[in-house]
Design a protein around this ligand. Structure first.
Ligand SMILES: *Cc1c(COP(=O)(O)O)cnc(C)c1O
Length: 369
């Protein structure tokens, strides 16, 4: 089977470098918030073209810390997308704020025209949390315009889109702060949990550093209710020494696979992502099939050795955990359509050309029943 991610191939190539990183941290005697986290934060900020990166425990905490450091308080409303990893909304709920949902565009990203209408009509919504879903950047010029016009505070969820751009802009540079995840399946994945807050705002960076470390402003002085959400020295050193230096090459490989898929999958029953191949870092390759045919396609591809996954089968506002804590501000028909139609095929940097061709052939061979 061609898997959605191939960690064993990465280990075969980079295992010795990872072990060397572990050795360095072990010998250093610094295990929490030491020199490895500091070096990784500098390298990451440079790679993402922001002033500051703050290493935290995971992507969920990164989002919560972004929101709280940007001033989001209990009872505040945050406009967000119904189609994402549940963590996007969970971060809002954990901040004590109220998630408000509006519909997505044809690529599954928050529809910024719909969002602007909602923000103009309801001035109680002071925060916006869009997601650069599947590795694709939102239109960042449009996002900046919306922020300028509505004065909303934007937090970008970049967990799936490290390094993505739209025009001359990089994701994570338009919002007040943005969140990354280093969960193993992400484009820059570590060997466990990890995350980061990105920002160009020095005061926000200070607050984020304090929030990740019990809300301390200095040793034993606690100014706010913080978290214990520190990126491990071990994960930071592994990321810094072994994985971050490969990110650009990995992204190039993802893009070259996407180019093959977009050019060679020619099956009228399959909808492919639209828009420039280069604007996405192709965390996933989401296809669409007609409602009711997805399971058949899934089984057909599995029979030809191709693993698939659904992103995402259930809209966030339909999750039991949301209860009545959320508000829905527009129709969600496009999000619902995607939840019923989306199927992701493998796209990862360790795929061989022969495997890419096998996926293309399998997709082209399928006929809907
Ligand atoms: C993975 C992910 C998160 C959460 O990251 P964790 O590190 O798993 O907590 C948040 N948002 C999106 C869009 C994600 O894909």
């Amino acid at each position: 089977m061609i898997p959605l991610n191939d960690f064993s191939r990465r280990w075969s190539e980079l295992g010795p470098e990872v072990l060397a990183a572990v050795e360095q941290v072990g010998a250093s005697g610094h295990y929490v918030l030491g020199p490895a986290v500091a070096s990784f934060e500098r390298g990451l900020a440079e790679a993402c073209r922001v002033r500051t990166a703050v290493g935290v425990g995971n992507g969920l905490d990164a989002l919560e810390i972004c929101l709280r450091a940007a001033g989001c308080k209990a009872g505040d409303r945050v406009l967000t997308t119904p189609l994402s990893a549940f963590a996007t909304t969970l971060a809002i709920l954990r901040s004590g704020a109220i998630p408000c949902f509006s519909d997505v565009d044809e690529n599954g990203l928050l529809d910024l025209d719909v969002a602007e209408g909602i923000l103009r009509a309801d001035d109680r919504i002071r925060f916006l949390l869009p997601v650069h879903l599947y590795g694709r950047s939102l239109d960042l010029r449009r996002l900046r315009g919306l922020v300028d016009v509505t004065k909303v505070t934007a937090i970008e969820d970049c967990a799936q889109a490290i390094g993505a751009s739209s025009g001359a802009d990089r994701v994570g540079t338009v919002g007040a702060a943005s969140a990354l995840s280093f969960y193993p399946t992400k484009n820059l994945g570590c060997l466990g949990d990890g995350g980061a807050v990105l920002t160009n705002d020095p005061a926000l960076a200070v607050t984020a550093r304090s929030l990740r470390d019990y809300g301390q402003s200095s040793k034993y002085v606690h100014d706010q209710i913080g978290l214990n959400s520190r990126l491990d020295e071990l994960q930071a050193q592994i990321l810094y020494r072994a994985f971050l230096p490969r990110l650009e090459a990995w992204t190039r490989r993802r893009r070259s696979i996407a180019e093959v898929y977009c050019g060679r999958i020619e099956n009228p029953a399959l909808g492919l992502p639209v828009g420039p191949v280069q604007d996405s870092v192709w965390h996933l390759f989401p296809m669409r099939v007609r409602r009711g045919q997805r399971q058949d396609l899934e089984r057909f591809l599995a029979g030809r050795g191709v693993m698939t996954a659904i992103h995402y089968p259930i809209l966030i506002p339909d999750q039991k955990a949301c209860g009545d804590r959320c508000e829905t501000k527009s129709g969600l028909s496009r999000a619902r359509e995607l939840a019923a139609q989306e199927l992701s095929i493998p796209i990862h940097p360790y795929m061989l050309d022969a495997e890419v061709a096998q996926v293309v052939d399998a997709c082209n061979a399928w006929r809907p029943t």
